[in-house]
Design a protein around this ligand. Sequence first.
Ligand code: ADP
Length: 747
Amino acid sequence: MVIQRPPPHQLTMVLAFGSGLFTAILGVSAAVGWVAHIPSLIQVLPGNAPMQFNTAICFLLCGAALVCLGLDQDTPARITSAIAAGTALVTLLQYLFSIDFGIDQLFLVHYLTERSSHPGRMAPSSACCFLLAYITVEACIRSGRSPRLAFLSGTAASLIVMIGAIAFLGISVELHKEYYLGNMTQVAIHSSIGFILWGIGALACCWKRTTTHYPTVYWLPVSVGLGVATLNIGAWIAQEAENHTNLHSQTASAVSAAVDELRVRLNNLLDGIDRMALRWSIRNGTPIEEWRQDAAAHVAQISGLRNLGWIDHTLTVQYIEPIQGFEGVPGLDLNRYPSLVETIRFAEEHRVPALSPITETKSGKAILHILVPIFQQQGAGGFLFGEIGLEEFLAPTLGKSSNSLMFCLRSGQTTVFQSHGWEAAEGSIVETASATFPGHGAWTLSATPRNRVIQQGRAQKMVGVTGLLLALSTALTTLFAQKARANAQKLRHHQEHLEETVRRRTVELERSNRELEQFAYVASHDLQEPLRMVSSFTQLLSQRYSDKLDDEAHSWIDFAVEGAERMHGLINDLLEYSRVTTRGGGFEIIDSRVALDHALANLQISLNETGGIVTHGELPHLYANPVQLVQLFQNLIGNAIKFRGRHTPRIHVAAQPRQDHWVFSVTDNGIGIPERHKEKIFVIFQRLHSRREYKGTGIGLALCKRIVERHGGTIWLESEEGKGSTFFFTIPKHPQDSPLPTEEVTA
Ligand code: ADP
């Protein structure tokens, strides 16, 4: 079965095309919603911001731009995104400079009631996204010109995804309502989804273009970093939402507890005065001293109660306890205070203790009065009244949580008490509870957490900092991973290039070696014949005309013959040298000891002549060419005999195993070789002595080297002049380590 691989950019095409189409349809549906009055298309989540008409049109334009970009239609992509960006720019300018260019409701009169200072105006974050969309499109189109533009396109698209995702998360947990940016329009939930998808589609386009032009996607680390940062902001948003929920419930329970306490305390106070009034009416008045003591005890016990007094039927103040601090004096006619009169009448009518409206003393302190009617058949009736300093009364209850909460107490519509800083409070979290008392006692207590309570806790700061560090480190990791990948790629290219060069050179070298070998073989073979002719005819000349030639001519002929013989020897050596590889023969497993014996047998005469002694250690079986191994031993031992010193030659052959090869050594007690000639002696026809001193042509060691190398080994020597030399050579242990014998040359 043939599996058809999709072309490399098919997925990016689908992504770009799909998200472009989706956003365009999103825009069209919202625009239709506006025109046809279908709120569900505009305001997907009831109570949340709608997608503005201009936003819908911009989505349509940008969606179309993305589709064009995916299809490589650059000019239409550019034009449509530029129109959207223009609208966004004008919107942002309107926000920045608080001006109205009239574009918000240019095409359609806004008809939804929403929480916005500018009905119909695109949200600022949406405007930023459309501007970024144009930057993405333009930079993506030009990305081939410079890697910076490629970077810009990916970064701008990533930012759009980020803004969209943050808006989405904020709306999902309803946190955006808490962080309301002044009165500016908010992003609709479907707009946020649109931005996320548009951004992803644009990233796909940027990926396609970047990888077309460059080996590395430069913007990837930024994208990854922003992605992680978005996740972190998401976690932060969730935590913040959780905090706000907790704060709401804490504030609500604190405010209702405070109201309950106030209610209980005030009721106790009312009951106390009511009981005094009851005692008064039962006893038909009270002696002044006794009354004073009773009142003083009440005032001392109840915080906030400044004075207690008695008013007679004519509403004239008669008793006051204590007298200090009372606004009026005994004898004061309360008929001058209509609101008090009204409360007195209310209390009388309803036969209950009643609260007066809250008023201010001359010194600016808020006070209120409790008025309790004394019901008596005859004699001194009237009213008992208590004057309450509001601040002192509220302090024990509201003071408890004043570190974390600020309070505002309203009686009816009038604010009677406010914690310090209430006016400046951001007021995102305000909870209210009410209590009602007879008379003017409709109290509403509101509470809001102090700013330092709303501000993020340590854990949340940690989330922020850790998240940022995480985003940074992920971005850096991606960057380094990309660099490492690029380096590895470069290295691989270099290696491939190097391997290719080596392979080509090796082939070339092998070819030229083969040619050279063939040349040497053919030349030496073919030179034999004419040389033989020169030699034999010169000898014939000397024999035939021996009586006609003088002595000088004879000695010249001898020189010529000797020269020809030497040349014959050299050519033979050359032939043999070239035969090492051209006609070397195959490899087989052989006993190296047998090869040594063979060599020694060949050297028997010279050994006998010199009295040389050859010893050897344990010798292994080898995968080698038997003839050449004999030749190798023979040359090395032959040299050891030839280059002996004054002593009888003593030669030792040994073999040491190594990991994957054997190291052979041939040690003699001969004349030794100076250090500087260690390399030279292995070169063909290189000798250290004249022919008169030691016979030879200088081919022996060159031949040895060639044989060893053919077997996949190396040869070297250690020597001390005058004391002897050791020649070492290696032979691989395993057949696969030996090179294949060179093909035989037929000539
Ligand atoms: P040849 O033996 O024909 O001179 P070789 O290639 O065998 O050529 O040797 C090259 C030179 O290396 C010799 O001329 C000799 O000077 C030196 N040589 C070789 N083997 C020994 C040895 N065992 N001891 C000292 N010198 C040596």
